[in-house]
Design a protein around this ligand. Structure first.
Ligand code: COA
Length: 159
C-alpha cells in the first residue's frame, strides 16, 4: 500500500520523524509530502524542508520525500496512494484532523486517513514551539534531528 504523510514540516520535529518510522512499517511505500502552503508564515522554503527530510530519511528504503501544491487528495490520487497518514498528539488535534479527514473523504472515498498516536515523549512538540525556542536563544536539540538543528542555527546566523 502506498501511503502519503503530508505536512508543513517547518521544520520537521522528532515527533514527525517518529511517525515516519512507524508509518514506514505499515506502508510498502511512504511518501512524505511537504505542503507548499502560502497561508502559513514559514521559516524554510519547500526545497529546504524537502532537503532536510530527505537527509533524515536517507537509508529508509521505502520512504520518498517530495513536495506538493494544490489539494492533498489530488496529489494522493496521482501517486496511487490508498492512505493518508496523520499524527495525533492530543485531543486538541482531533477536531481539526477529523474535519480534514472527513472533507478529504467526501472528495475521494477511495483514500483513507489513518491516524497514528504520537509517542508520548513528543506530544508537547510543535514546529512553532521549536522555532520560538530557537529564536529566543534556547536549545531545541531534544526536539529536532541534528540536521534540522544545524539548519536552524545557519538560518539564525543569516547563512
Ligand atoms: N509531532 C510533533 N508535532 C506535530 C506532529 C507530531 N507527530 N504532528 C503534527 N505536529 C505539529 C506540527 O509541528 C505543526 O505545528 P505548527 O502548527 O506549530 O506548525 C502542526 O502540528 C500541524 O502541522 P503538520 O502536521 O505539518 O500539518 P499542517 O496542519 O501544517 O498541514 C496539510 C496540513 C498540509 C495536510 C493540509 O493543510 C493540506 O492537506 N493541505 C493541502 C490543501 C488541501 O488539500 N486542503 C484541503 C484539506 S481538507
Amino acid at each position: 500500500m502506498i501511503a502519503i504523510y503530508p505536512g508543513s514540516f517547518d521544520p520537521p520535529t522528532l515527533g514527525h520523524i517518529d511517525i515516519i518510522h512507524r508509518a514506514m512499517g505499515i506502508a510498502t511505500t511512504l511518501i512524505v509530502a511537504v505542503a507548499i502552503n502560502p497561508a502559513k508564515s514559514l521559516m524554510f522554503s519547500p526545497d529546504e524542508r524537502v532537503e532536510m527530510l530527505a537527509a533524515i530519511c536517507k537509508g529508509m528504503p521505502n520512504v520518498q520525500v517530495t513536495q506538493f501544491s494544490g489539494l492533498l487528495v489530488d496529489f494522493a490520487r496521482a501517486q496511487g496512494a490508498k492512505a493518508i497518514i496523520r499524527g495525533l498528539r492530543a485531543v486538541s488535534d482531533f477536531e481539526y484532523e477529523f474535519q480534514m479527514a472527513l472533507a478529504n473523504r467526501l472528495m475521494d472515498d477511495s483514500i483513507e486517513t489513518l491516524f497514528i498516536s504520537t509517542n508520548a515523549q513528543y506530544s508537547c512538540l510543535s514546529s512553532s514551539l521549536v522555532k520560538e525556542i530557537a529564536k529566543l536563544g534556547g536549545d531545541p536539540s531534544a526536539m529536532v534531528h541534528k540536521i534540522v538543528l544545524n539548519k536552524m542555527l545557519q538560518k539564525s546566523a543569516g547563512l
